[in-house]
Write a protein that binds this ligand. Structure first.
Ligand SMILES: C=CC1=C(C)c2cc3[nH]c(cc4nc(cc5[nH]c(cc1n2)c(C)c5CCC(=O)O)C(CCC(=O)O)=C4C)c(C)c3C=C
Ligand SMILES: [Fe+2]
Length: 383
């Protein structure tokens, strides 16, 4: 679409320093090219005052538009009065925009929490924003799951992504509090198929069969919600599913190459599908083991469904037992989680990879459409 043409132009222009346009028909950070780093934060709303929440969303929008353009928040780190804390925390001073994108989503609990409709939007909860069901093998930590509002910050520089979340949290003081957050590196999927496919912490190319950010037909069919889907305010938006997936890499590293390749149904070096030579050779599912990850996740095994993957690797130190606390922070965007993530994850119940992974955190969020000039995040819901 038009907004992505603008991205390409700005990317080619060194003076722009890699700024991704904030305004547009869709939020940036979904179909736009995947950056190197992630800081994802889920917030709880701590006030019951709808007007305060809307005021904050407007303040957040102004700050997001500034930061994604490489500008500081408000009067910056030093431009304001000496007697007050600065508007901007300052650590991104002098850094380029680094392709920062900020993408907001609203969780089921924003619409109803403990049976209470705190903000008068209960009736506008989209039918597609379902609570995720329990999946076999789930070991979810409530302290790493859920949240009323999520913000996905992606940038090529981790300092820029962390700065963005920190400043939103600061602006939201008294209205929202961070419930959990996650840093990520080494994108595990790209939306630019012509670029080299990145590898995950199992050492495999990840994202080969992802939806390309330029494929408007596939995006329209599988990623962007439409007004006819049952929620008019979500037209042009998308649903984000996040899963913190712990990977038992020490066990994996003692597994033979053949076993590893059988588990995915692709070769480790080239990333070629079983029985083929090259990464992009045709996939023949019958050549893969019945419990191979790619065979079970493939559209042909799931009624043709597709999701846009945009996850990152993480390593949060070690776990006290000498094992790396590492894994994949899985992020998928889809038009409807019921036919997207939930359908595929149910199919993965028999995945051979399950012996090596465990889902420990989870969230589902409705990401509204893009912001028009002069508009604000969530305007179609609250306006
Ligand atoms: C429910 C959705 C999925 C989860 C959860 C998931 C976890 C997960 N995946 C890998 C590694 C790979 N996944 C690959 C392909 C692939 N994975 C999913 C979905 C989920 N993965 C899909 C839809 C696909 C594409 C299938 C297809 O159409 O062919 C691959 C192969 C390369 C590729 O196409 O991306 C790898 C490798 C890990 C390590 C992981 C959890 C830790
Ligand atoms: Fe996968």
């Amino acid at each position: 679409g038009l907004d992505r043409v603008a991205v390409a132009e700005e990317d080619d222009d060194p003076a722009a320093g890699g700024a991704v346009p904030f305004h547009g028909a869709h939020q940036a950070g979904i179909a736009t090219p995947v950056q190197d780093r992630l800081h994802f934060a889920a917030f709880d709303v701590t006030t019951g005052d709808r007007a305060k929440l809307v005021r904050m969303l407007k303040d957040w929008t102004a700050a997001a538009a500034a930061m994604t353009a490489g500008r500081p928040v408000g009067q910056g780190a030093t431009g304001g009065p000496a007697v007050a804390p600065p508007d901007d925390t300052g650590e991104a001073e002098g850094l380029p925009p680094s392709r920062l994108t900020l993408t907001i989503g609203f969780g089921p609990s924003l619409f109803a929490k403990d049976g209470k409709d705190r903000f008068g939007i209960g009736a506008r909860r989209p039918p597609a924003l379902v609570d995720l069901p329990h999946f076999p093998g789930d070991n979810l930590d409530p302290a790493r799951s859920g949240g009323d509002i999520a913000v996905q910050a992606c940038a090529d520089d981790p300092q820029v992504a962390v700065h963005a979340i920190r400043n939103l949290a600061r602006i939201g003081f008294g209205v929202v509090a961070v419930r959990w957050s996650q840093l990520g590196f080494g994108k595990t999927s790209s939306t630019t198929p012509d670029a080299q496919t990145p590898r995950n912490l199992f050492g495999f190319k990840d994202g080969t069969e992802n939806i390309a950010g330029t494929d408007d037909a596939l995006l329209g069919k599988h990623v962007w919600a439409s007004g006819g889907d049952g929620s008019d305010w979500m037209a042009g938006g998308s649903y984000l599913v996040a899963r913190r997936i712990r990977m038992h890499i020490e066990t994996w590293d003692r597994t033979s190459l053949r076993e590893q390749e059988d588990i995915f149904g692709r070769s480790k070096g080239e990333g070629a599908p079983a029985g083929a030579r090259k990464e992009r050779d045709a996939i023949v599912l019958s050549r893969m083991k019945p419990d191979a990850h790619v065979r079970l996740a493939h559209p042909d095994s799931n009624g043709g469904t597709r999701i846009l993957r945009r996850g990152y690797s993480f390593t949060d130190g070690s776990d006290g037992l000498g094992r790396l606390e590492a894994g994949l922070f899985f992020i998928a965007f889809q038009r409807d989680p019921r036919t997207g993530f939930i359908r595929v994850q149910q199919s993965l119940a028999t995945d051979a990879m399950n012996e090596y992974v465990q889902h420990v955190g989870s969230g589902v969020f409705a990401c509204p459409p893009g912001v028009k000039e002069g508009g604000y995040w969530g305007e179609t819901l609250f306006g």
